[in-house]
Design a binder for this molecule. Structure first.
Ligand SMILES: Cc1ncc(COP(=O)(O)O)c(C=O)c1O
Length: 399
């Protein structure tokens, strides 16, 4: 008897999350994913680090890794967080994960129930948003601008929910070179968000996946977690964007009171111990010089994207000019539908993220996110010229 798995599908907690089909297409000019910058990767050096790590620690692959992950790498992360993000955290309060996405999923699995209200940025990276939606959470998008989430708006939304008898479960923010807008949460706002979190007893989860990618502009403000004295903040980041998305290596930092719930679910799916040992070996010798090279390469690509937008997009459009990270957020005239236009762009070999994928209510159709880490500066210009032609043909520039 043949078995039909489609008849066995588990009942989804949340309604299906609709995403544009074009995002899965294979095209020449990819502006829709924050891949590791291939022009800055040092494959030969990485391969040497792999050989050294395997010779030294390879026998440890015979057993299961510790629940929190590779100890040497956690010690390295602890030192880095102290010197780069002002965050004093013990290696015992760090867990390694399958990318930043894995750390986020672990937190969602440990703390989110169906029906929980989650405060999040006005636009939120679709991967995280979809994790909350799949668990049945109810996102409340909080207004933001170039300085990140607006604390006044956050407090208004929290009070609104409290007046309905609902206490939000947590505040989730991508606080550095935000995905999708590129904004960085200012120091003043970080302090206010910590204060609001403490006042209402709602924890904060900050995702700093892009902290290693400062191109220019001022130094980053310290991590929100470093400003908190109430043990009410959790932290997420990763090495995926820096060293290789395929390594699937990220991490989370948690306060002591979160240990129990996270331990219950084994700190999520732990990453490959082989990845961890190689990344540790490579980073302890090369982190600063490699990150510098990545920032330089990304700077040239960001500049090519901004230049090309200026050349090919009409003055009715506007876009952010981020000081780091991997993406530019574009606004087209009111009425433009970037979701509907994606298929035409894909036919011409270009893909991007339509604005509505970053909102639970699927609004924001006149926005789009363009990432610049993957293509060369020359290809960025070619791809943007094609995209401008498509938008012109489809009438998006004069909506
Ligand atoms: C803010 C943010 N969090 C998480 C992820 C997932 O990344 P990873 O490959 O580290 O799981 C991404 C990827 O784009 C991201 O931008």
């Amino acid at each position: 008897m043949n078995i039909d798995f489609s008849e066995l599908t588990a009942t989804p907690i949340a309604p299906d999350i609709v995403m544009p089909e074009g995002l899965a297409a294979d095209v020449e000019y990819v502006f829709s994913v924050t891949y590791t910058d291939p022009d800055a990767m040092e494959v030969a050096e990485f391969s040497k680090a792999a050989a050294i790590a395997i010779e030294r620690e390879g026998l440890s692959l015979g057993t299961y890794p510790p629940p929190l992950g590779h100890e040497g790498l956690r010690k390295f992360i602890s030192k880095e967080l102290k010197s780069n993000r002002g965050l004093d955290i013990s290696p015992d309060n760090l867990f390694l994960s399958s990318g930043a996405g894995g750390a986020c999923q672990t937190i969602v699995d440990a703390f989110i129930d169906a029906g929980d209200v989650v405060m999040m940025d006005e636009f939120c990276y679709h991967g995280s948003l979809n994790m909350f939606l799949r668990k049945g959470a109810i996102p409340v998008h909080v207004q933001m601008d170039n300085d990140g989430m607006d604390p006044d708006a956050l407090e208004v939304e929290i009070k609104k929910k409290l007046s309905e008898g609902i206490k939000p479960k947590l505040i989730y923010t991508i606080s550095v070179y935000h995905n999708p807008t590129g904004a960085t949460l200012s120091l003043e706002r970080r302090k206010r968000i910590v204060e609001i979190s403490g006042r209402y007893g709602i924890p904060v989860v900050e995702n700093e996946s892009y902290a290693d990618f400062r191109i220019d502009g001022p130094e980053l403000p310290p991590a929100i977690m470093s400003l908190d004295e109430t043990e009410g903040v959790m932290y997420i980041s990763a090495f995926t964007k820096l060293l290789g998305c395929g390594l699937r290596l990220g991490f989370g930092a948690f306060p002591e009171s979160a240990r129990g719930p996270m331990q219950k679910i084994g700190f999520g799916a732990s990453p490959s111990h082989l990845s961890s040992m190689v990344v540790h070996e490579y980073l302890k010798k090369n982190k600063d010089s490699y990150a510098h090279g990545v920032a330089q390469s990304l700077g040239a690509k960001r500049d090519a994207l901004i230049r090309s937008l200026g050349e090919y997009f009409p003055p009715e459009c506007s876009w952010t000019e981020p000081e780091g990270g991997m993406m530019v957020w574009v606004e087209l005239p009111e009425g433009a539908d970037t979701w509907a236009a994606l298929d035409s762009a894909v036919e011409k070999g270009v893909k991007y993220n339509p604005g509505p994928v970053f909102r639970a209510d699927r609004s924001g159709a006149n926005r789009l996110r363009l990432t610049y880490s993957h293509n060369s500066p020359e290809d960025i210009e070619k791809g943007i010229a094609i995209l401008a032609d498509v938008f012109e043909e489809q009438g998006l520039f004069n909506s």
